[in-house]
Design a protein around this ligand. Structure first.
Ligand code: GLU
Length: 220
């Protein structure tokens, strides 16, 4: 990919309300796209049908706007690489899967996702016929010409898996920028279970976006 234009993305999974930890990472992606005078893409990663809900996707979009974020392409505004909702992009994942299969690079396996060792083989297509996150994200980032992926450090192992997929699919990888995770007073990572730290709850408690950014961005 030529570095003509910076293209970043934010890719929330609508499994719940947006958490401050994610919002901070997305803000970082937004800042980096703005600093490079580039474009930012919003992609909804809703492949996990049991856990994702349309209402959460709507709420995430609303909360991100409230937080001060904006993007150039996405499900509600369209763009040259639409659709921007993963559940509508299945044929692209199948194509990639077929390429891996024809190349003899994948095999049927009974392992569950949880069974994977960090650096062993990993799942590219799930038993319940859903493309795995690793495959979908590579296919989409490449198709949407993303030049830099900004994500939390917790996804470092995923990044390496994805680099293997880029190579196997003969695609040029983007750059990766890993952000520190937001932690609580005891140094523990803030996870979704901290319900009070959803952007929505913080908003309802009267906190302003600027205040939240000042409070949480300094640590990331
Ligand atoms: N949907 C993933 C998440 O919310 C995207 C992460 C990524 O690929 O950067 O964790």
């Amino acid at each position: 990919m030529t570095e003509k234009q910076y293209r970043g993305r934010i890719a929330p999974s609508p499994t719940g309300l947006l958490h401050i930890g994610h919002a901070v990472t997305f803000w970082r992606a937004y800042e980096r796209a703005c600093a490079a005078a580039g474009k930012l893409v919003l992609r909804i990663e809703d492949l996990d049908r049991d856990r994702c809900r349309r209402e959460f996707a709507d709420a995430i979009i609303e909360d991100l706007h409230w937080f001060g974020l904006d993007w150039d392409e996405g499900p509600e505004i369209g763009g040259p690489f639409a659709p921007y909702i993963q559940s509508q992009r299945r044929s692209r994942y199948l194509e990639a899967w077929e390429k891996l299969r024809l190349g003899g690079l994948i095999y049927p396996c009974k392992c569950s996702r949880k069974a994977g060792r960090d650096f062993g083989d990993f799942i590219v297509w799930r038993r319940d016929d859903v493309p795995a996150y690793q495959l979908a994200v590579v296919v989409d980032d490449a198709a949407m010409r993303i030049s830099e992926v900004v994500r939390g450090k917790d996804l470092l192992v995923s990044t390496f898996r994805q680099l293997l997929l880029y190579r196997a699919l003969d695609l040029l990888p983007p750059r990766f920028f890993h952000t520190s995770l937001v932690v609580d007073e005891s140094g523990k990572r803030l996870a979704k279970r901290h319900g009070s730290l959803s952007l929505r709850a913080l908003k309802e408690n009267g906190l302003a976006p600027e205040e939240l950014r000042a409070r949480y961005m300094s640590k990331s």
